[in-house]
Design a protein around this ligand. Structure first.
Ligand SMILES: O=P(O)(O)OC[C@H]1O[C@@H](O)[C@H](O)[C@@H](O)[C@@H]1O
Length: 254
């Protein structure tokens, strides 16, 4: 679940795959799927949790205020989620769109009488004209886990990161206002990320061989997408009984 396109200045910035179908069984590949309650492989249920494959409800009507439009959606526990993960919760996702920015807030309400731990992530797929041109700024000096290299840790030395191979890295303790993705959309656009409570950023592109092996990925589509995903994944977050935790990512055209 997530916006399937980000129409800032009338151009689509996020990415949807040609072969993606939303059927409540498998995650859609594109837009900004929401990962909850588990990032990555999960012993209790599907990879990246159930939130991205469940059908959400409209929580509020769209509201237009001062040139912005905002709408909220929600997801509550049901028999199916409790079989995988025995907690009561209500997720509220607010999508707030301005002329040049998209503000996304996920609030995790624990409606249970016991606390729960979780990981979460906004799995943003950015469209790009050519992956060779894409540059990611703001990761220099950060420790990262390289999932392609079997989970080894290293420090990012580059001021500008470019992706030219199978890439799956979790950058930790990111500066909430420093990350910027250059040359997305039409190839000339930059998008700056502003993060609240989302301390990790995953950079992912499966590249040629892996993309070929994925049934919902056209063989050449890896060249026109980059995932830069803000999350809380290298450590678990806790929602206290009856309490809530909020996470926000703002994507701003610059
Ligand atoms: O194929 P999925 O379940 O949508 O996941 C895509 C990728 O999502 C990324 O967030 C993970 O770091 C990768 O390991 C994973 O392959």
């Amino acid at each position: 679940m997530g916006p399937q396109s980000y129409p800032g200045k009338s151009k689509t910035r996020t990415f949807s795959f040609k072969k993606s179908v939303f059927d409540n069984k498998k995650a859609i590949r594109g837009g900004i799927p929401l990962v909850f309650p588990c990032f990555g492989p999960w012993e209790n249920g599907p990879q990246h949790g159930f939130a991205r494959i469940k059908r959400w409800k409209k929580e509020s009507e769209a509201e237009r205020v001062n040139g912005r439009i905002s709408i909220s959606f929600s997801l509550e526990d049901d028999d199916e989620t409790r079989k995988m993960w025995n907690y009561r919760f209500k997720l509220v996702y607010t999508v707030d769109l301005g002329e040049n920015d998209l503000k996304l807030t996920l609030t995790i309400n624990n409606t249970d009488s016991k606390p729960f731990d979780f990981t979460t992530l906004m799995h943003t797929y950015f469209r790009c004209k050519n992956i060779d041109d894409v540059r990611i700024q703001g990761l220099e000096g950060l420790q990262f886990t390289d999932k392609v290299a079997g989970g080894t840790e290293a420090k990012e030395e580059r001021t500008t990161v470019l992706v030219d191979q199978n890439y799956d890295r979790v950058y930790m303790n990111c500066d909430p206002g420093k990350i910027k993705v250059d040359c997305v959309g039409n190839g000339k656009t930059s998008v700056a990320l502003s993060l609240s409570n989302l301390t990790d950023v995953v950079v992912w592109n499966p590249w040629q061989e892996k993309a070929k092996a994925m049934s919902d990925f056209d063989d050449e589509e890896y060249k026109t997408m980059i995932c830069v995903e803000a999350g809380c994944v290298s450590r678990t977050a806790t929602a206290p009984a009856g309490g809530s935790v909020s996470f926000t990512q703002t994507l701003r055209l610059c």
